[in-house]
Design a protein around this ligand. Structure first.
Ligand code: BGC
Ligand code: CA
Length: 348
């Protein structure tokens, strides 16, 4: 790509030079301006992840916006790794060998970023990781390597605080058996994902720090997926019945899976536990609106997409409206989603 651009630039410079010597300059002015084409390669961990597919749509929309505003053509090539790290490595190799201008990676295994960073560095290509955070040491190895995501601990804390607020308003609606403690189950995302670990920890922490004792009945992973969450929740309903007072879910899709299980179980609505999510996906927002989910923390895919595209095009500039931390990190803040404000998020 670079060499092609160089040839185009040289040809243009040449024709300006010739023109200056041989002909009237109006000829050059009349020529339509050549539009620059930028190639951005994106490799995602799996395309059927609800949040990631939202992010892909947002990346495409952002690219269109930038194209119109900046008179540039952007080719955005999004590839699905289907949960295979070796497939992802091949995709990145492909982008680099075709001289893409920037490469964006949603790691399958976030601990394996080292080799990708090294290859991008050697090729001099900006590398933007998103959503699945590599270890810091890997990022530090290349000036033009970045991570765009959100502060997972913050979303956990928000989830806990949503529960604390509801409890303060009406303790009996949460603590149904009236023992002064909150009996909960925890539906976790993939093991080893920064968001699973931190949301799990900080949600409960916010509740206990507010002085409300908790009692964990069960926890387990559903790998971010709705169907897996339904299966897990069905087992827990069988085992604990209406003793479950709260279902903490590391994302909205698993919260929706838990709601599916509650619906299937035939439990009367007033005996349902409170269900909490993270993300604010469209179906998640609808569940908050209908009251089957108490609330969620908004994971701003659109803002994250903006930062990813901006860094791909201008890796040496901090994107306007964002803060660059430790030279490599952009964390987009979460915000609260409740029944009162969910509509504001529906049209974003
Ligand atoms: C989102 C999840 C998503 C995961 C994928 C998280 O930040 O909250 O919904 O499945 O990222 O990596
Ligand atoms: Ca209780």
């Amino acid at each position: 790509m670079r060499s092609l651009l160089r040839i185009v630039a040289a040809t243009l410079a040449g024709s300006i030079f010739l023109c200056g010597n041989l002909c009237a300059c109006s000829f050059v002015q009349a020529k339509p301006q050549k539009v620059k084409t930028v190639y951005i390669g994106v490799s995602i961990y799996r395309k059927d992840d609800m949040f990631i597919s939202t992010m892909c749509t947002d990346l495409e929309a952002e690219v269109k916006k930038v194209e119109q505003k900046n008179h540039v053509k952007i080719v955005l090539n999004i590839m699905d790794s289907q949960s295979s790290q070796s497939q992802q490595n091949d995709q990145v190799d492909g982008f680099l060998s075709k001289h893409y201008d920037a490469v964006c990676v949603n790691m399958v295994d976030r601990t394996s970023a080292g080799t990708i960073v090294e290859k991008a560095r050697k090729s001099g290509v900006p590398l933007i990781f998103f959503n699945r955070e590599p270890v810091e040491q890997d990022l530090q190895n290349w000036d033009k390597a970045f991570y765009v995501g959100a502060d997972a601990a913050q979303s956990g804390t928000m989830q806990g605080k949503l529960l604390v607020n509801a409890y303060r308003k009406s303790p009996k609606s949460i603590d149904k058996n009236g023992d002064g403690k909150i009996q909960y189950v925890m539906l976790e995302g993939e093991h080893g994902h920064q968001d699973s670990l931190l949301r799990t920890e900080y949600s409960v922490k916010a509740v206990t720090e507010a002085g409300i004792p908790t009692d964990k009945l069960a926890n387990g992973t559903a790998n971010w997926q709705r169907a897996q969450a339904t299966a897990k929740m069905k087992q827990w309903i069988q085992k604990f019945g209406t003793r479950i007072e709260v279902v903490f879910c590391n994302n909205d899709d698993m919260a929706l899976g838990a709601i599916d299980a509650l619906q299937d179980s035939g439990t009367v609505r007033k005996d349902w536990p409170v269900v909490l999510g993270v993300d604010g996906t469209k179906p998640g927002l609808q569940a908050v609106g209908s009251g089957t989910m108490l609330g969620s923390a908004y994971n701003d895919a659109k803002k994250q997409a903006q930062a990813v595209v901006a860094l791909s095009l201008h890796p040496s500039e901090v994107p306007a409206g964002f803060e660059l931390q430790r030279s490599h990190y952009i964390y987009v803040p979460y915000s609260y989603i409740t029944k009162e404000n969910y509509k504001d998020y529906l049209n974003r």
